[in-house]
Each structure stands twice: as C-alpha cells, then as structure tokens.
Design a binder for this molecule. Structure first.
Ligand code: GCV
Length: 735
C-alpha cells in the first residue's frame, strides 16, 4: 500500500476521530495510528479489518490471559480445522504477544484443544456430555484435569470448530475471562450467506470500493488471495456461503470454459468453510444451451438444468447453490411463457436436489412500468402479491429471498409483508450491506439498528412468536431451511468497502445472522474493539458515531418514511427528489405543496395494510418513535404522534382476532389481488398519457387524502386539499 493512498483513506478518519475527541498517537514522522497502540501507520491499512488482533495494551486486561495455555492441539487435520489452528496462533500472538506451540496430540501440560465433538470427547476424559448443538454450533469449555487446564473448542462439524475458535479470540479481544468457560452456541439459522453483485468484466453493480476481487476482463482473477482473505473475514462472523456473481446474471458462468475457473474460487473459500454459489440467468437454456426455449415446463429445459448442475457439482462437489432474479427489472423469467415463479424455481431445484444444493429465488419481483397515475398501484405490494398465492408450491430446497422492506433497501421501511405470508415455503431475509441508498460508503451509516427494527418486528403470523428473525430462521413454521443473506460489495480498495467505518455493517450482518438478538450497541462495540484495539476513548467515540449515524443520514435523505430523496434514475446518490415521480418505477413520494405520502389504507388507498398482519388491538412491538418516522410510508392523513402506527392501519383489520387463532389465514385470503399490481412483471403496461385507471380524475383526486406529518399537528390540517399528482393542477413544479 503506497503511503499517499494510505493517507487518503486513514487521515480523514484519524482527523475525524481527533475532532470527536479520540486519542491519536502520532509517530515522530507525524504519521497517525488511530489507536493507542504502537503500530506504525503503514501497518494499518484496513486490510486486516476486524481481524487485526491489535495488542492489548492495558496490562490489567492482558493479565487476565496469563494463564492461557502455551500449546494448541488440533485433533483433526481437515483444512477447516487447520485454519482454526492457524487463527488461534495468529490471534494470540497479535493480542497477547505470545506464540503458541503446535502439537498433534494432547500433551501433559495445559493446552487449547480444537476438534469435533467426537474427537475431543475421546481425547479429553473429563469433558462430560456435550450439549445439544445445531450444525456449525460450538462449545467452549475449560476442563481442569490431571493438574493441567484444557481449553476445549468442540463442535458437531469442522466449521463449528472454526467458529468456536473465532469466538474464543473475540472474547480475548473484548477482555472477557476465558479461564472458566462453559458456553455453547448454535447459529440462529442454517443459511448465513452473502451475495456479491460482481460482473465478469470486473465491475461491480453498486460497487463503491474498487473492482471485483473475483473477476477481471471476462475471467476469474489469477490471484485469488484477496478472495481467500475475504472468506476468512466471512468465516470469522459465521457466514457459510457466498454467491460471487451479480443477480443481473451472465449466462457464461455455466459454460464449460468457466467451471474450472469458478472451481478455483471454491478452492480459495474451502479452508474457511464458505460454500461457493453463483447467480443464474433463467434464459440460459436458450442463451447458452442451444435450445429454442427456456420454458420451465419444457422437458428439454429440465434436462438442460440437470446437465448444467451435474457438471457444476462435478467441478465443485461442495457447491452451495444458486441465486435467481427472474421477471424483474428486465431479467427474463417464467412470465415469458405464462408460467409461475414456482415452476421456474422448481425446475432448477430438482436439478440441485440430488446434490444437496439450494436455490434462492428472489422475491424482488415487480413491474417497473407501472402507471403512476393510478393511485391503487403500489410497488410495495408486489412481492406479496407475486408470492403469497404460491405458498406451498415450492420444493423444499427453494428459499424465497425477500428484501427486508417492501420497496428496495430504503433508509427506512417496514418489514416486507411477505415474511408473514409464507407458511409452507422457506424464506431468507435479504439485507443490503452495500450502502446503495444509505450513503454509498461515503457517508457514515451504521445499518445494524435499522436491520434490527425489521428482524425484531413481530409479523403476528402465529401465536408462538413470529418475529421476522424467527420466520426466516424457519422456527415459526418449522421449515427445513432459511436464514439471512447480505448483499455486499467488497472490492479491491484496501478498506474492503471503501470507507473504514463501513465494515461495521459487514461485521454486523454476520453477527446478526448468527444471533439476531444481539444488540446494535454490543455489535458496534465488538467491531470497534476488534478493529481499533482497546483504547476507551476511541471505543466510546466510534461507537457513538456509529449509533447516531442512521437517524442522521435518514434525516437528510429520506425522512418520515417518504423513501429516498436521492436520484433514483441515476446513481441513487445526491439530491434528486423529482426523479421518483411520474415514472413507472414506483418509488413515488406523491409529494406536492399539500404534503407527501402514499395512501396505503384499504379504504381509499393501495390496500397494502391488509397485507401486513397486525394482531387485533395489541400494541405493535416497534420502537415508540417508528410511527412518526414512517408516517409518509403508510397513510396520508392526520395522525396523533403517539398512536400513529396503530391509527394508520385499516380499522377493520385491527378488529380481527389475534393471530394464532388462524385469523391469519383468513386475513391473507382476504387480501387477494388488487388493481394495479400486475403479478406479471414482464407485461409492460405503459402509462398512456390520458389513461386514468380506476375512475375519473375527480374521483381519484377526492380519494387523495391530505397528509399531515404527525409532528406538524394542526398546522397541517389547514393546508388545502391536494390534487391528483400529475394533472397539472396545483403543483408548483408543473407550473
Ligand atoms: C442487482 C436495485 C438496485 C439494482 C439491483 C436490484 C436488485 O434496484 O438498484 O442495482 O440489481 O435492486 O436487487 O436486483
């Protein structure tokens, strides 16, 4: 890393921390190490991210580990356990300045012992019965035996040993005691994946941190060391799968020329327990298979998928699965042949099934040519309307991958109604680590608090707990698989994400995917200590900046739940409020001089509220301030600030008996299709200059209710009744 580039990246951060009151240690050459440790500036480029293992400088803290054994034994020689062994040596050396001795068998002295439960159970007599653990879970246990102490990291599988090792190192970094351990942890869900949107030419869709670490010039990179380093970072927070190619997919990835290339990426991932996945192009049977169709019900097409997937598994026996974006934003899909999303998902799922592979079918399906004049049209309904009716039609190795909110990674969205609507289908939540609409890794925006509002939200889909986290983990409806997918955009930038503080989001995603109950502050503290060391002032300053960043970013780019005010037709960055209106993309603010907001009520609006289950009469489990902040997203009408969320629900809906009494099924059945949500995204329905579906302009104008943001109170009620957007009447910007 040449010095000037280092300066560009780190000096602004260091200066920022200094301004915020952090302790900065300047070397004689005036180079700045942002933490109270004695490293030179060059040693800290961001490459190591949260695996820096900075020396613990506080002797009172490092003294806690004086009794840590000087030996590490790994009872397994698999590449994944080998990685665990290397990691413990590296971490202890970095943080405590001691080099562990490596042994293959249990010595007579104290030791750290790594191995599967079967192996450690056999070797360590006094270990006792292992707790029940899910795959990838781990058990950290100290055993005093024969005058020595054994620190055991045991797990049902090799990945669990690796995750347990990282957990042990995290404890040391956090200054927690490890002398009397007995802790078992299992991940919340089996699926903890990231999706990269990398293109074969080396560019990255929504990439803000340099070029791809996987591809360049239409090929997989020769040097995959950075891919390997990335897998190590992912493993350290329990991520076990990575789809390396853009969901706006390139069919060439499946060709015989490419398979050996992507097999090399799988090799780079393997020692870290990260399974490789790719995105598919649904038109592949035609695009690269020489067929005249890609109709999912065509036997030739089914054969194509079987052969292609068999070839994939011959090249990569531990291949994880595929991601599919179909019938969305111009991607071809089953609608071309009048088939359903279930038809499309299942034809590929059946090819994957014999190999144990999964297909992640994206719920992000909507018509981007919607008629903006029709007040019944609502992009926020699209995922629900497209998939709810297909519940129960998908094979068991299909996972519907649902963006966290019903629109598209906006700075504030409620949970997607689709989460509560699939009882017989696996689901995964898609969270965007990439800061597409949240500052593009140039603005600070720590996303964990935002994700928590969605993960903790109870969809009231069952009596026995139906938070989004429970639903996607498969716990609520006892689904065989499901979990968490993070869209990430790491690149060749030394800081991985283009901004040193943005990595808290990648770290936070992994931690939440493992344990969604973790708090946003706890995660920020962990990340800061692991990244910057144990200086108290730095910790307090960085954590404070992180925790305050989301509401601040929201306040100037998308307040009141209005959706983004950035340029949606361009880069999604910088002011571009008007770009959302009068086009088919459906990110409408419906904003004019009268107010702002979509009418999503059942009586007069798009009826989205009927698709969001709400337990009758019971208070929603949302932070008290969420209603005021999301009012424009829900209902353009006066609402009392303290009861906004409940009031802006359809009253009939609130009268329903609590869910769990099976009212949920009734409610969902009652939703049905609504005008304006096509369900057939490939059908292009041009707005038509004079067409106003759903009634006369006058009637529509009457149905457009005035919005009064809650905090404006009575002042807003004096505003004139607004007119139909785009009619040219009463809109300052149309004059
Ligand atoms: C990969 C948004 C983004 C697109 C992205 C799409 C998706 O629309 O702007 O770049 O495409 O989401 O998630 O498929």
């Amino acid at each position: 890393m040449p010095f000037p580039r280092f300066c560009a990246r780190w000096l602004p951060l260091a200066a920022g921390l200094a301004l915020a009151g952090a302790t900065l240690v300047a070397s004689p050459a005036s180079r700045v190490a942002p933490i109270g440790v004695t490293e030179t500036a060059e040693a800290q480029t961001g490459d190591a991210a949260w695996l820096r293992y900075a020396p613990i400088v506080d002797r009172a803290v490092s003294g806690r580990y004086d009794g840590l054994p000087a030996v590490v034994v790994s009872l397994d020689s698999s590449p994944v356990v080998e990685s665990a062994r290397q990691e413990i040596v590296r971490g202890v050396r970095g943080m405590l300045g001691r080099t562990l001795r490596i042994e293959r068998e249990l010595p007579s002295e104290s030791a750290i012992v790594l191995g599967t439960l079967a192996a450690v159970g056999k070797a360590v007599k006094g270990l006792g019965p292992a707790p029940a653990l899910e795959p990838d879970g781990y058990w950290l246990k100290t055993v005093a035996e024969g005058g020595r102490t054994l620190v055991v990291v045991g797990a049902p599988n090799e990945r669990g040993v690796l995750y347990g090792t990282f957990a042990l190192l995290r404890k040391i970094a956090m200054g927690e005691a490890v002398s009397t351990l007995d802790e078992a942890e299992s991940p919340a869900a089996p699926v903890r994946w990231v999706n990269e949107w990398d293109n074969l030419d080396g560019s990255i869709e929504r990439g803000y941190a340099g070029r791809s670490i996987f591809f360049e010039g239409g090929r997989v990179l020769e040097d995959l060391r950075r891919a390997q380093d990335y897998a190590r970072l992912l493993a350290s927070v329990g991520i076990n799968g990575c789809a390396i190619s853009n969901v706006n997919a390139d069919a060439r990835l499946l060709t015989p020329e490419f398979l050996p290339q992507i097999a090399r990426v799988a090799e780079a991932f393997r020692p870290w327990g990260v399974r490789l996945a790719i995105s598919l192009d649904f038109s592949s049977p035609k695009a690269i298979g020489g067929l005249t169709t890609f109709d999912p019900l065509d036997p030739g097409v089914a054969r194509f998928w079987r052969d292609a997937i068999d070839a994939l598994y011959r090249a990569i026996p531990d291949f994880g699965g595929v991601v599919l974006k179909a019938d969305s934003e111009g991607r071809l899909g089953p609608a071309a042949y009048g088939r359903t999303h279930a038809d499309a998902a299942n034809v590929i799922a059946r090819a994957l099934e014999p190999h144990g592979g999964l297909i992640f079918y994206r719920g992000f399906v909507y018509d981007h040519h919607m008629d903006w004049r029709d007040p019944k049209n609502d992009r926020a309904r699209a995922a629900y309307d497209n998939f709810q009716k297909l519940d129960g039609h998908f094979d068991d190795n299909v996972v519907i991958q649902i963006k966290h909110g019903p629109i598209d990674f906006q700075v504030r969205e409620p949970a997607s109604p689709l989460f509560g609507a699939l009882e017989k289908t696996n689901e995964a939540i898609e969270l965007q680590i990439t800061q597409e609409y949240t500052g593009q890794q140039r603005h600070l925006c720590y996303l964990v608090p935002m994700w928590k509002t969605v993960l903790d939200f109870d969809m009231a889909a069952a009596a026995s707990g139906s938070s989004v986290a429970d639903l996607v983990s498969g716990r609520t409806f006892h689904r065989p698989t499901g979990g968490f997918v993070g869209v990430s955009n790491v690149g060749r930038d030394a800081t991985w994400l283009g901004h040193p503080l943005a990595m808290a989001n990648l770290y936070g995603f992994g931690r939440l995917a493992w344990a969604p109950a973790l708090g946003a502050r706890r995660i920020a503290e962990e990340w800061t200590r692991l990244t910057f060391g144990d200086d108290r002032k730095v910790l307090d300053t960085v954590v404070d900046l992180q925790l305050r960043s989301w509401p601040v970013y929201e306040s100037y780019t998308g307040p009141l739940g209005a959706g983004t005010l950035t340029d949606i037709l361009g880069p999604h960055f910088g002011p571009g409020i008007e770009s959302s209106e009068r086009n088919g993309w459906g990110q409408w603010h419906r904003a004019d001089h009268d107010g702002i907001g979509m009418d999503r009520t059942s009586a007069t609006g798009t009826r989205l509220h009927r698709a969001v289950p709400v337990a009758g009469g019971r208070a929603l489990r949302v932070p008290r301030d969420l209603p005021r902040r999301s009012v424009a997203l829900h209902a353009p009408r006066p609402v009392h600030p303290r009861a906004a969320f409940r009031q802006d629900r359809d009253p009939a809906h609130l009268r329903q008996p609590p869910r769990g009494s099976r009212s949920g099924g009734r409610l969902r059945r009652a939703v049905g299709g609504t005008a304006g949500t096509s369900g057939r995204p490939d059908v292009r329905r041009g707005p038509g200059p004079s067409r106003v579906p759903g009634g006369s302009r006058r009637g529509l104008a009457r149905r457009r209710l005035q919005l009064v943001p809650a905090h404006l109170g009575d002042r807003g009620r004096a505003w004139p009744r607004r007119t139909l957007p785009g009619t040219g009447r009463g809109r300052a910007h149309d004059a």
